[in-house]
Design a protein around this ligand. Structure first.
Ligand SMILES: C[S@@+](CC[C@H](N)C(=O)[O-])C[C@H]1O[C@@H](n2cnc3c(N)ncnc32)[C@H](O)[C@@H]1O
Length: 345
């Protein structure tokens, strides 16, 4: 009897220790995920995009566009649903009519061009051009225009030029240049385009001022950027924590609200017809769609993991974690997909 009691005590003790260990392990893993790994710093944006361009995973899954796609309500109906269990989501994705992930980005770009109100620009500047997906669409839509894309990443500029050459485009080129210190004269471009580059700018006011400065009279400016909500009511501690993560995981110094951007645009006193719009709804599916494309077609990231080791796999898990945090923040209203357009006086 005594022996049995001793065994039972030992077993219970072992179970308690194991549970305690698992709890500590889970909390350490959670803490590790919650600690941002790519904070903004000197040179961090250019080198992060250099790394992503070299690695090739982003281009493989996202194509030529490093921005959100656009989805109609019908696309959303036919795609995955929030509450679909995994296999049903997989089934719907395989046999359903879910919009093509890359096609959604091309649609977004065309919708942004239409929304810009530009009709026949002759000189177009793409501020923060990535590997030039939007620049090339602009060059095709406006074949008489000269398009120039600028980025902080030499790898992106090189890749963008290569893709333009492969596509036989002669009216688009790319350059490494800081959007906050542009080497252009005032009033140079009759269209200034910026798609999801404002997030990385350490000085949003200067970003807006520089773009307004180089825009020619009667020229069109159009900007798409992730914004945080207005700071009233004051952010809760939980919201602040989430925002800090969203800033520092993908080398963003900070975000501002769409209203703050509007204030900056109007504050230049160079612009008229300043207009903003919230495109959160049509871009929302893109966050989770980014994850699903990797699930449906895992071979590329598996290949990269085999080449680079398990660290690469953990890196992909972090991207999934971050995409889901952005999705949730867009749903809760903590974040907003902001659009702006204006005309130079
Ligand atoms: C999310 S990507 C968007 C790329 C592209 N607009 C697209 O839609 O595919 C952000 C881009 O902004 C660029 N960027 C960030 N800060 C910049 C700066 N200060 N000057 C120039 N480009 C910048 C990055 O180099 C990168 O190409």
């Amino acid at each position: 009897m005594k022996v049995e009691a001793a065994t039972l005590t030992r077993k219970v003790g072992a179970a308690v220790v194991s549970l305690g260990f698992l709890k500590v392990l889970a909390s350490r893993i959670h803490e590790w995920f919650e600690t941002p790994k790519r904070p903004y710093g000197d040179g961090s944006v250019g080198s992060a995009y250099d790394d992503w361009t070299r690695e090739g995973v982003l281009e493989h899954y996202w194509g030529e566009h490093i921005h959100m796609g656009s989805y109609t309500p019908m696309d959303k109906q036919s795609g995955y649903r929030k509450k679909d269990p995994f296999f049903l989501a997989l089934f719907r994705a395989t046999f359903g009519r879910l919009k093509d992930f890359k096609e959604a980005k091309i649609d977004f770009t065309n919708e942004m061009i239409d929304w810009s109100r530009a009709t026949a620009p002759k000189k177009i500047l793409d501020v923060g051009c990535g590997i030039g997906g939007s620049s090339r669409i602009l060059a095709k839509r406006f074949p008489d225009a000269e398009v120039l894309g600028i980025t902080l990443s030499p790898q992106q500029a090189e890749r963008a030029g290569k893709l333009a050459k492969e596509q036989g485009l002669t009216n688009v080129r790319f350059q490494v240049m800081d959007a906050l210190n542009m080497e252009f004269e005032d009033n140079t471009f009759d269209m200034v385009w910026a798609c999801e580059s404002g997030e990385h700018m350490p000085d949003k006011k200067r970003y807006v001022e520089e773009m307004s400065r180089v825009l020619a009279p009667k020229g069109n400016m159009v900007v798409a950027t992730w914004c945080e909500r207005d700071p009233v009511p004051i952010f809760t501690a939980e919201e602040r924590k989430t925002l800090n993560f969203l800033y520092a995981e993908w080398t963003h110094p900070y975000f501002i609200s769409l209203n703050k951007y509007k204030e900056y645009l109007e504050g230049t006193e160079l612009l008229e017809e300043v207009d903003t719009a919230d495109w959160t709804e049509q871009t929302l599916p893109a966050w989770r769609h980014s994850v699903w494309v990797g699930v449906w077609s895992p071979w590329y990231w598996i290949k990269v993991t085999l080449r680079k080791g398990p660290g690469a796999f953990i890196g992909f898990l972090r991207e999934v974690y971050t995409l889901e945090k952005f999705h949730k923040s867009m749903v809760s209203g903590l974040m907003v997909y902001g659009m702006m357009r204006a005309v130079k006086k």
